[in-house]
Design a protein around this ligand. Structure first.
Ligand code: WTA
Length: 635
């Protein structure tokens, strides 16, 4: 039986059972079946969660770019690898074939070498969603340099911290970027950041805006002339299975960002195998993930996972609201997208807008819809299912993390029956455990606890860059011999998982353990509500009480706030229970979010608790202005 492509529920259970009973045989078969190795491994897995140390496919030799590009040259050279859709719909989309991608990556790899970059060197990439971003990452991988992509919406300070932490010798950027009807002076941000980064010797600059920028003599070089001169043949470096592939910083909700280090073979096998199954990708399909490559979702499911399957992957430079709120659906129609993968925050913002933006487009190409990044509330799930999926494209609610490298708990479309707001079942090879606060595993169904993983999987991060101790304390010290995810989850009567949110979002009110997600769900179901965030604040009697921050939909007349509060209370009492009624409900024009769209509950918690003198690190906020507004009107 082929393990590689799961086609029905019975097969899923068979494959899953095998992956738990004989994990090494299981992963060995997946790795042998579908990848190209220069040398096979001596040992499939060695691990010790106490140290922690995990090695997959030890002593195997490979290059990930040969798996993502070269092996398709023989029979799929003209097939489109990347469809690049620009910010402005009037600008022409690009179709980059596997053959062209090969040449581009080789040229770029030669430029890196000519500029003195060697295997193991770190290269910081600070680029918008233009083809050069994908090519730069693959070029690093081709020569064994470690890429550290920093999302091009981050500030100069965030860029400097990450560049220094990874000790990057080179930085790759562009003269600027487009974002809807705005342009952003990326090079200016880089110049400011590099005042604090003495280790960066070279800056390569791609041209996107053709804007007038300053080039620092001896440090900055335009990319294109270097590419024009470079050869389009570059032998791929032989990499060890456990050689580092990239560093990616996790969105810093607290303190210093963590540079998660991913290695070569395990990451490749895991992202490729999950991509194939979670999106049921078939030859000829067009797949689109709307994330930015600056996040793990983009690394794994725009670039590496799709290309390692010879897929056609869409890369979108723009935003969902430009030129109007129909842009996503316009792109789906234009490129006949078959699999569409986005985030709940995008769904909620589009659901606020006129339904005409969706209905005026032909979405009949869609077969699979995905969501990732935070718990999806029930209302958004149904909106997505009804209006985008027309009740026929299954939604895969995929739970995973930067640290896990790839999708961990997810339905397999057309295989696993879906259930709104449930990530459903573990992917083959993933052994979840729910733990209570005393470190005991909660067995059986209908339990609720802290989500851990008991056994290694190939895609897991191996360490925090140059801070192994932090890796150990953050992930392997809370529960013995377990990887601790930091999330809470429940397992229902049939064994389906629902992620209830970060464990630090659990609020204990009068001795009751309340997850914020179900309360927010109940609030969001009120027809006037767009989005909400619930946090705890100290309370004399209850220990903690709940504070809800609520944004309203665009409605014509203004509603009476006291009536709205009453209705919301009723809704919560009905859906969750009277215990979950918030003490305070504040109506706000927006919620503070990270640039990846996550609500920054940490800041809301401080505001609710009246600790506004120290809000902590706000440098990763997308909309700092709402924080002032919220503080001004605090109840
Ligand atoms: C949350 C994103 C509920 C979770 C790939 C996790 C989710 C964190 C889901 C990781 C989901 C991600 N349902 N919560 N389907 N997917 N999360 O590192 O709290 O940016 O720990 O990786 O997002 O975020 P990260």
């Amino acid at each position: 039986m082929s393990n590689y492509h799961i086609k029905n529920l019975e097969e899923y259970f068979q494959v899953y059972r095998k992956s738990v009973r004989e994990p090494e045989n299981f992963w060995e078969e997946v790795a042998e079946e579908h990848f190209s190795w220069r040398k096979k491994w001596d040992n499939v897995l060695s691990w010790d969660f106490k140290k922690p140390e995990v090695k997959w496919f030890e002593n195997a030799k490979l290059n990930i770019t040969e798996n993502c590009i070269d092996r398709y040259l023989f029979n799929r050279s003209d097939k489109t690898a990347i469809i690049w859709e620009p910010n402005d719909p009037e600008e022409e989309a690009q179709h980059i074939s596997y053959g062209e991608l090969h040449k581009k990556v080789n040229k770029f790899a030669n430029v890196l070498k000519n500029q003195g970059i060697k295997k193991g060197d770190r290269v910081c990439i600070y680029l918008p969603m233009i083809p050069e971003l994908a090519v730069a990452m693959l070029a690093c991988a081709r020569i064994g340099a470690i890429h550290s992509v920093v999302f091009a919406g981050f500030s100069s300070k965030a860029l400097a911290t990450r560049t220094n932490d990874a000790d990057c010798k080179m930085l790759i950027t562009s003269d600027g970027s487009y974002r809807g009807n705005k342009t952003i002076d990326l090079k200016g941000i880089v110049d400011k950041a590099l005042e604090e980064c003495p280790g960066v010797e070279k800056v390569l600059v791609a041209k996107r805006l053709d804007s007038d920028i300053e080039m620092k003599e001896g440090r900055d070089e335009w990319l294109q002339p270097l590419l024009d001169e470079a050869s389009d043949e570059c032998e791929a470096e032989t990499m060890d299975a456990e050689d580092p592939l990239f560093i990616l910083y996790t969105s810093g909700s607290t303190g210093k960002p963590k540079g998660m280090l991913h290695t070569t073979a395990g990451y490749m096998v895991y992202t490729a195998y999950t991509f194939k199954n979670v999106f049921q990708y078939k030859e000829g399909d067009v797949y689109w993930c709307t994330a930015d490559i600056g996040w793990i979702t983009g690394h794994s499911y725009i670039l590496y996972g799709p290309l390692a399957n010879g897929a056609t992957t869409v890369m979108f430079e723009g935003v969902p609201s430009y030129p109007d709120a129909g842009r996503f659906w316009d792109v789906v129609e234009k490129h006949k997208v078959n699999q569409f993968y986005t985030a709940p925050t995008a769904i909620r913002s589009l659901a606020k807008r006129n339904i005409e933006f969706v209905e005026s487009h032909d979405l009949s190409s869609l077969k699979v819809l995905g969501t990732v990044g935070e718990p999806i509330n029930e209302e958004a799930w149904h909106w997505y299912n009804d209006n985008v999926g027309k009740n026929k494209s299954p939604i895969v609610d995929t739970w995973w993390q930067t640290e896990t490298g790839g999708i961990m708990i997810t339905p397999i479309p057309y295989v696993t029956p879906v259930k709104p707001t449930y990530a459903t079942l573990p992917f083959p090879g993933v052994q979840p455990a729910l733990m209570d606060e005393n470190g005991n595993e909660l067995k059986g169904n209908q339990v609720d606890g802290r989500l851990c993983i008991k056994y290694p999987w190939p895609g897991m991060a191996r360490t925090v860059w140059r801070d192994h101790e932090r890796y150990k304390t953050t992930y392997f010290s809370t529960f013995e011999n377990m990887y601790f995810t930091g999330d809470g989850a429940l397992r229902d009567e049939v064994g389906y998982y629902r992620i209830t949110g970060r464990v630090d979002d659990v609020i204990i009110v009068s001795g009751h353990n309340l997850g914020t997600a179900p309360i927010e769900d109940a609030i969001d179901e009120h027809p006037a509500v767009a989005e909400s965030a619930v946090v705890g604040f100290p309370h004399d009697v209850k220990g903690n009480a709940l504070y809800a921050f609520v944004t309203l939909k665009e409605v014509g007349e203004s509603r009476n706030q006291d009536n709205l509060r009453k209705e919301i209370h009723q809704q919560i009492a009905d859906k969750v229970g009277p215990i979950a009624k918030p003490e305070k409900i504040q109506f706000v024009s927006g919620l503070p979010k990270t640039r990846s769209g996550k609500i920054m509950r940490r800041i809301l918690r401080k505001i609710a608790s009246n600790q506004t003198e120290d809000l902590g690190d706000t440098s990763t906020l997308l909309n700092p202005e709402v924080v002032d507004e919220i503080m001004k009107d605090v109840l």
